[in-house]
Design a protein around this ligand. Structure first.
Ligand code: SF4
Ligand code: SF4
Length: 168
């Protein structure tokens, strides 16, 4: 068995991102703009809420979220099941880059760390970078975990699934 095989068989655990932050500048998100962050810092900002994987509609210039989710979202972990291949398999899956974060109308949830920082807000107290615990986003009920959501498979009338959750 070669190293690559071993790596593929090791399940990703969200906590692994936050276990060893020794090489990371403390509170880097307060000192740098998004465009100044390196890849590791950028990735650490994602709180793992999964809310960007909900389907959305644009109605009269505003984004309406639905409680339907991409078929590749794991509802228990709020992780993408095909992360490495998401752009090949899902043509409208969006990379979270500066353009996406600044797009109008806003389509990222208002709790998204990228959107918050880019708009002058601090990270919320439940963010895993603050708590050191990847589960804190779920414990604070800010993720999709435990919500009434359904897979998009077979759904055509998305307008009948719009939701007005406070954190969207
Ligand atoms: S909404 Fe933002 S913080 Fe939440 S999973 Fe998507 S990119 Fe990460
Ligand atoms: S393919 Fe894209 S939209 Fe679908 S679950 Fe993965 S990251 Fe989310």
């Amino acid at each position: 068995m070669d190293l690559k095989t071993i790596e593929l068989q090791t399940p990703y655990t969200p906590q692994s991102r936050f276990n060893d932050l020794k090489g990371i500048e403390p509170e880097f998100w307060k000192k740098k703009k998004l465009e100044q962050m390196n890849k590791t810092e950028w990735e650490l900002l994602c709180d793992g809420c999964g809310k960007c994987c909900l389907n959305k509609l644009e109605i009269k210039g505003k984004i309406r979220f639905t409680n339907t989710h991409c078929r590749f979202l794991d509802c228990q972990t709020c992780l993408c099941k095909i992360y490495e291949h998401r752009f090949e398999k899902v043509p409208d899956c969006r990379d979270i880059d500066l353009q996406a974060i600044r797009e109008k109308p806003r389509w990222l949830p208002k709790t998204c760390a990228y959107w918050l920082l880019d708009n002058g807000y601090d990270l919320p107290e439940w963010h895993p970078l603050i708590t050191g615990n990847a589960d804190s986003v779920h414990q604070a009920k800010m993720s999709l975990k435990g919500r009434k959501i359904i897979s998009e498979s077979g759904i055509k009338d998305y307008e009948n699934y719009t939701v007005n959750w406070q954190d969207l």
